[in-house]
Design a protein around this ligand. Structure first.
Ligand code: SF4
Ligand code: SF4
Length: 152
């Protein structure tokens, strides 16, 4: 007998709180956008992204080089949690975690929908090829790198 195709799209059926650790990790699209430096306007809560990225992001794969131990390298690195609430708004508008928090659908290029982890790069969503390492940009100059191709 032929195996039946798995039709359970867990990201459409489960809440963020109900997901297993593996399901939660699989949500990440690998865009690397959350590793860009950003500024928050305290008066309006508006977030502005720059094209300066953490030095520990592999700019080809757009994955953290020290994911499991990243807090040792960057103590204030984001640790996204299901109960984050309004803090999901710090993430880019395309981020899968933010989209599901907002009860929106994942984009067609997301690997869970498309089946291809390269689509996030092919669709021009990820940081691949268009960010500067923070090892090469002084702290005083980061604000000069504010960009409009990432929306919060
Ligand atoms: S912005 Fe969201 S989907 Fe993209 S790398 Fe960060 S956590 Fe993953
Ligand atoms: S430590 Fe890793 S996950 Fe954290 S900002 Fe840097 S590259 Fe991104």
């Amino acid at each position: 007998m032929a195996a039946e195709k798995e039709s359970f799209n867990y990201w459409e059926e489960l809440t963020l709180e109900q997901m297993t650790k593996e399901q939660w990790e699989m949500l990440c699209d690998g865009c690397g956008l959350c590793c860009l430096h950003k500024f928050e306007d305290e008066a309006t809560d508006e977030v502005f992204f720059t094209d300066v990225v953490c030095r520990y992001l592999d700019e080809e794969t757009c994955r953290c080089q020290h994911y499991e131990s990243r807090k040792q390298y960057v103590p204030d690195c984001l640790n996204i949690q299901p109960d984050w609430g309004e803090k999901f708004n710090w993430l880019p508008s395309t981020c899968a975690y933010r989209l599901l928090y907002q009860k929106k659908s994942l984009y067609d290029w997301h690997h869970l929908v498309s089946g291809d982890p390269d689509y996030v790069h092919m669709a021009g969503i990820s940081v691949r090829g268009r960010a500067y390492s923070d090892a090469d940009v002084s702290d005083d100059e980061v604000f000069l790198h504010i960009i409009d191709w990432v929306k919060s």
